[in-house]
Design a protein around this ligand. Structure first.
Ligand code: CU
Length: 159
């Protein structure tokens, strides 16, 4: 699989702006609960997991895996998600945490082997699932703040 990676490796701060939303009851979710982020026992497992929950701005998602190689890969479109397109922002560290600071719909899958095809994929809908049409001016400040707070993650991009 590594041969398909182009090592455009950047270090990016994954923003967590929970502090900016102090008034909200932000929740930290362990993706898949006890199962974690892995090839699920049935292909609709993560769909059911998300359908039982309502997510909001400031919520954090922890992608945990303890055995085997996985990734939390965010793809851009529903089509890519449906097709298990393994191209996008790949977070390869078990325990990676992602916090969303705006409404929107995010598509995650595992880019390893056929894990996605076996159901290791998940749609996270924040709020109404509709992203704001323009970036809020505060985002840069939020990112700067987060840089002070959070660890650095390597982000791999697939070609
Ligand atoms: Cu996987």
């Amino acid at each position: 699989m590594a041969g398909r990676l182009s090592f455009t490796v950047g270090f990016l701060i994954v923003a967590s702006v929970g502090l900016l939303h102090g008034a909200c009851a932000a929740t930290t979710y362990m993706v898949g609960d006890d199962l974690g982020w892995t090839v699920p026992p049935n292909s609709s497992y993560y769909e059911e997991w998300t359908s039982q929950r309502t997510f909001q701005i400031g919520d954090t998602f922890v992608f945990n895996w303890t055995a085997g190689t996985h990734s939390a890969t965010e793809v851009s479109t529903r089509e890519e998600y449906d097709n298990c397109t393994k191209m996008g922002m790949i977070l390869m560290f078990a325990g990676v945490q992602i916090t969303f600071d705006a409404n929107g719909t995010h598509y995650f899958l595992c880019s390893e082997g056929t894990h996605c095809e076996q159901g290791q994929k998940m749609v996270i809908k924040i709020g109404d699932g509709i992203a704001p049409s323009f970036a809020a001016p505060s985002l840069a400040a939020a990112a700067a703040l987060s840089a002070l707070l959070l660890s650095t993650l390597a982000i791999f991009f697939l070609n």
